[in-house]
Write a protein that binds this ligand. Structure first.
Ligand SMILES: NC(=O)c1ccc[n+]([C@@H]2O[C@H](COP(=O)([O-])OP(=O)(O)OC[C@H]3O[C@@H](n4cnc5c(N)ncnc54)[C@H](OP(=O)(O)O)[C@@H]3O)[C@@H](O)[C@H]2O)c1
Length: 507
């Protein structure tokens, strides 16, 4: 197998892509085929010998991944070969095959792509533990996030919003701040061009932020701490800036404030049940669309060193990942048959990022006549087709009889029922709008017109391009929204269907 190897400590350009023997799983271990690996700042530090632990040379960096189980060692019962999983490991993820401790492997939630799964656990886990566990952030409080467009920073911004806080995002450029704004930041500070203390005073009526999330360190730490609110919590997350700041101890005294350390890796080791609880809560927020990992760039394994270099050069935003094969393949096969989890949940990383976090019905006028967004891919596999037939009692052979369809169907196999594709409209619309649309209720009023244009063969993937056709003010805070849904079939020009739907939005 191919692996990125660190043979001498140094900058990313010292990493080598080499062919090495496939590892074999020992007792309690799992061998994974890596599909996507998350790139994190500590990976760039560990290869330079600047991180908390210093592995023996040679080693392969990479601490989190999503992939498929290839083999399990003796005594492993929590996962089995073929299963799609997320895994954490201190090292080794930047390789085609990765050996991990079975205790660090979790099944991937259904509907998630490998890309999002690989980019989620560490950044969101750190920020969730920091804000909820260590910072006790409450709804209505003000959170300042430094380095807010970075991996853990953007996660902190989204989690802060999901917890009901007012979030001030601070970053070093207008582009980075624009990304923060589209991710729901309530206020922005360019700490490169603006004075942090003055702006914080202005933005908080002199009170200061209740919680400060700091993954940057360096010269921002002291002015930020001097601005903190009475009783505030300053979360020490990291030192991307390179310098570990020193703080005069009279400052916490004068502010009645706390300096709180955050060490997620150690938290996971020492407080595993608390981490599992966090993860459950985070997956729920992910499914609700309140957390939306933003992957700005993917690098094939051969260019993995460049991913680390870009991170060090401060040119990336959100998360970057290293890939090996198809990362968009959703885990539909792990969805229990007949369970209506057919839809994607926040698996689209590129298409929802342009949408603001909060959308009022009137805001939708901006999209009239144009595309609001594109959903994630949904695989209409045979299990889903069978489940649909079971629900509708429509067991036509062209849909469910694979043997006969292989012989007689003009499509060379079974096809998804046209109404199955149609029934995917709500889940694809929820993916884009749930958690964003500022309404008391929406009423799915029905279909205006539908054209079924091309059959979807079993196993093909579809996604919905959602266009706003019209928005009518019906008075008393009620709006009639008309959308056009075009279901693209992967690799085909002709769509599966185009359907116009009506929905009432009630403010
Ligand atoms: N405590 C924990 O458990 C834990 C867990 C994960 C990560 N971390 C730490 O958190 C920090 C951020 O990690 P990450 O993966 O989110 O990294 P990242 O995506 O590269 O984000 C780091 C951010 O820091 C800012 N920055 C300021 N000076 C920088 C410099 N000289 N070089 C690079 N970035 C600089 C950048 O934003 P601007 O350009 O806008 O300033 C950048 O967006 C790292 O120090 C990492 O070790 C800690």
């Amino acid at each position: 197998m191919k692996a990125l190897l660190c043979k001498t400590l140094g900058l990313p350009d010292t990493l080598l892509l080499e062919e090495i023997p496939d590892p074999q799983p020992g007792p309690g271990q799992v061998l994974l085929e890596m599909r996507a690996a998350g790139v994190n700042f500590p990976d760039a530090l560990v290869i330079q010998g600047k991180y908390q632990f210093k592995p023996a040379l040679p080693f392969t960096p990479g601490s989190e991944l999503a992939g498929v189980v290839l083999a399990v060692g003796a005594g492993v019962t929590n996962v089995c070969p073929g299963q799609r999983v997320i895994a954490s490991c201190q090292l080794g993820a930047f390789a085609e095959k990765v050996l991990v401790d079975a205790r660090q492997v979790l099944p991937m939630p259904p509907g998630l792509g490998f890309d999002v799964a690989a980019a989620f656990t560490l950044a969101y886990g750190t920020s969730y533990h920091a804000l909820k566990g260590r910072g006790a952030l409450k709804a209505g409080q003000t959170l300042l996030v430094l380095g807010a467009s970075g991996g853990v920073g953007l996660a902190a911004l989204q989690i802060g919003k999901a917890l009901g806080a007012r979030v001030i995002a601070a970053a070093s450029s207008a582009d980075k701040l624009a990304l923060c704004q589209s991710n729901g930041a309530d206020a922005l500070i360019n700490y490169h061009t603006e004075d942090l203390r003055t702006r914080l005073k202005e933005l908080t009526d002199g009170k200061g932020p209740d919680v400060i999330y700091d993954p940057v360190g360096g010269h921002y730490a002291e002015p930020a701490f001097r601005s903190i609110a009475w009783g505030g919590r300053y979360l020490v997350v990291g030192f991307a800036n390179g310098d570990i700041p020193a703080l005069p101890l009279n400052l916490p005294l004068l502010k009645g404030a706390s300096v709180v350390g955050v060490f997620w890796g150690e938290f996971v080791k020492r407080q595993l049940p608390d981490f599992i609880q966090d993860l459950g809560e985070m997956f729920k927020l992910l499914a609700q669309g309140k957390l939306r990992p933003y992957i700005s760039k993917s690098y094939p394994l051969a260019q993995g060193a460049q991913a680390l270099q870009d991170l060090l050069e401060r040119t990336v935003t959100g998360k970057v990942i290293i890939t090996n094969g198809d990362v968009k393949e959703a885990s539909a096969s792990s969805t229990p048959a007949g369970v209506a989890t057919a839809g994607p949940t926040a698996t689209s990383t590129t298409d929802t990022s342009a949408l603001p976090q909060a959308i009022r019905p009137t805001d939708l006028t901006q999209w009239v006549g144009r595309e609001l967004g594109v959903s994630s891919w949904i695989t209409l596999d045979q299990a889903r087709i069978d489940a649909f037939a079971q629900c509708t009692q429509d067991h036509q052979w062209i849909h469910v009889d694979e043997q006969r369809a292989a012989l007689e169907s003009p499509f060379g196999g079974t096809v998804a029922h046209a109404f199955l594709s149609l029934s995917m409209i709500p889940v694809t619309v929820y993916e884009l709008l749930e958690g964003r649309l500022q309404v008391k209720a929406t009423l799915n009023y029905g279909l205006d017109k539908t054209r079924f244009m091309a059959p979807v063969r079993s196993g093909q993937r579809v996604r919905n391009h959602i266009k706003v056709v019209a928005l009518q003010d019906k008075g008393q805070g009620r709006w009639l929204l008309t959308t056009e849904n075009t279901f693209e079939i992967e690799g085909q020009d002709k769509p599966a269907l185009v359907a116009t739907t009506l929905a009432y939005l009630m403010e």
